[in-house]
Ligand binder design. Structure first.
Ligand code: HEC
Length: 141
């Protein structure tokens, strides 16, 4: 490829990227109205305390708190809270998957958010798909 055609390709590539960014931007604007992020306080302190109790009673049999921190949150960045909820609900506790009340899983996730320094707010984290679908996991180490 000579210099000139390489430049031509570059121009086409950046045009395509801009076009893609443009349509993604529109999608965000349309869907973004009632989207929230975990940086906005999506659980309460009391809920995280319940989650902590639950995790000491049930999950600590097999897990350390470090299991839910740092790299764990990083892996979930950009996903919806429903994705995280469903993954835990469908597999945990390993000896009784899905065996806890749905609100217990929400409490456990509230505690995971707290462990990762995400802020608490005024409203508890729900356990319904249509609510959790609208909260995106964001996290700053
Ligand atoms: C009987 C043992 C056991 C219990 C009790 C248990 N887990 Fe697990 N959990 C596991 C095993 C084994 C894995 C898989 C670990 C792996 O693949 O690295 C796992 C994986 C996980 C993961 C994924 C970790 C990752 O790195 O992606 C999460 C989150 C989790 N468990 C949460 C919970 C929660 C919350 C509870 C309590 C409600 C719980 N677990 C109770 C055994 C258990």
């Amino acid at each position: 490829m000579n210099r000139y055609s390489r430049r031509g390709f570059g121009a086409i590539a950046s045009f395509t990227i801009l076009a893609l960014l443009g349509s993604a931007g529109t999608l965000v604007a349309q869907d973004g109205e009632d989207m929230r992020s975990t940086l906005e306080g999506v659980y309460t302190e009391e809920q995280a305390e319940r989650g902590e109790q639950l995790m000491w009673n049930i999950c600590a049999e097999c897990h350390f708190e470090e299991d839910y921190q740092g790299p764990f949150m990083e892996d979930w960045k950009g996903a919806s809270v429903w994705g995280l909820f469903e993954s835990i609900w469908s597999t945990m506790p390993e000896d009784n998957p899905g065996g806890l009340p749905a609100t217990d899983y929400a409490d456990a996730i509230a505690y995971m958010f707290k462990l990762n320094g995400l802020p608490a707010g005024d409203e508890e984290l729900g356990s319904e798909q249509d609510v959790l679908d609208k909260i995106t996991i964001d996290w700053e180490p």
